[in-house]
Design a protein around this ligand. Sequence first.
Ligand SMILES: C[S@@+](CC[C@H](N)C(=O)[O-])C[C@H]1O[C@@H](n2cnc3c(N)ncnc32)[C@H](O)[C@@H]1O
Length: 477
Amino acid sequence: MSTQHTLRFYKEAAKILRTYKQFGVSIKSQIYNLKHFSKKALYALIIETHKHEAIIDNLLKSCPIEFEPTKKKYLKKKNDSLLRIMVTELLWGKKELLPESKLVSILLSNQEKLLNELSKQENQNLLGSIKKNFSLKVTIPRYVRVNTLHWSVEEAIDYFNFNGCELLSTGDNYESFLTTVKHLSDSQYVQDMHLKEVFIFPPQTEFFSDVKYLEGSLILQDKASCLAGHILNPEPGSTVLDMCAAPGMKTSHLSAIMRNEGCIYAVDRDKKRFETLNKIVNWHGATCVQTINADVLTISTEQCENVRYILCDPSCSGGGMMGRKEGANDHKDEFRLRKLANFQTQLLLHALRDFPSAEKVVYSTCSMEIQENEEVISEVLSKVKDFKLVDLRAKIPDWKNFGSSDYKCGKKCIYCRADEDLCNGFFVALFKRKSKKNKQITMENKDNEGDILNELEENSINDSCNFKKKKNKKKKF
Ligand SMILES: C[S@@+](CC[C@H](N)C(=O)[O-])C[C@H]1O[C@@H](n2cnc3c(N)ncnc32)[C@H](O)[C@@H]1O
């Protein structure tokens, strides 16, 4: 008789699946360091759940499971990965669960109902269409960022080549570059056209046991996520505020861009995610980072002085992340989107209004919804007069995907589209403080990096990490 898994096992599987979907942390790398469970069984169950996600969602919609209110609240709060994991076990896995909790008993009492519904849908050929959608899903390649705090891009190329990989030419333009990326075969790789520290390997390439990955010299970070730091491009020695920093992938990238010179205040309000942020910052050797566990809306220039660059990468509906809920666009929850957009607007306004020495602010989301992107930018631009939006066409040569032309700001902001750009879906906008000189002589279109820096030189900025605790002062909005 095969051994049955415990609820703890399923909770661990759900946690790994959630982390993978939220932050893109590879499933294998999460399992790698676990001690108490069978890694093989855990991996198989997570992959099986991920594979059947659309089918499970469809089943649960047409055949809802009645939970008592406390369990319902728990599942909702913890998101429904646990439910999906256990349904997978019941329908495709061991087909049994240890009756050790109320939650399991409820699921067991629904097993037959779910199986009936599954075969009904199979008969109606509904599964066929769901499976088709699955196979149509874009497979994005494996992106690896070279941690330039540890070694150089050239050293990394030598390392890849030494390990039997073949570096292909990036090509002359974006189209030919994408064709190369699409057709990478085993052991081939290519340098990203826009981010020289990013390399692209075929989708299934594994790095989790690679010594360079384990020591934090190679970082598994999608190109889309790297674009935010690349566009903000903070000067080494300056002070940066990363408003929503956990788990810390963009913080780590920013520290590499700054060569660990200067200071990054990396703020996150979530306790658990804050722990991950600290781990990643240490792992990647980002010594210029000072982490702060707080609601960034309570953080002011008094505590984080001389902030010149701000990254605002708030929580979002996450429709752009590959592997996130299928068909999120079809079932978008308008109310939730409105709530998220209000929160995102509030954070961005805080960045643009409350840090007088800020020169550049990047706003990014992994959402593909205009409510969280173009609409947030338009709303903020109507309220803030000291900043202008920078046209990103010049910053990312040959880029094809911009915001909607229905919005005045649209053409200046960029989107990454998974099916076209072969990376996670993403949105980025860059704000730049208008210089007084520019305002007077109305040189609105002059996008010169130097002008604001000259102006600020007079303020004799002292860029050091010196977070000062505030005494019970609450921000009003
Ligand atoms: C999209 S994630 C950030 C991802 C991160 N920038 C990275 O690249 O790894 C959004 C983060 O914002 C945090 N957050 C949401 N509201 C916040 C607030 N008011 N203050 C600080 N952090 C907040 C969440 O806890 C979450 O970790």
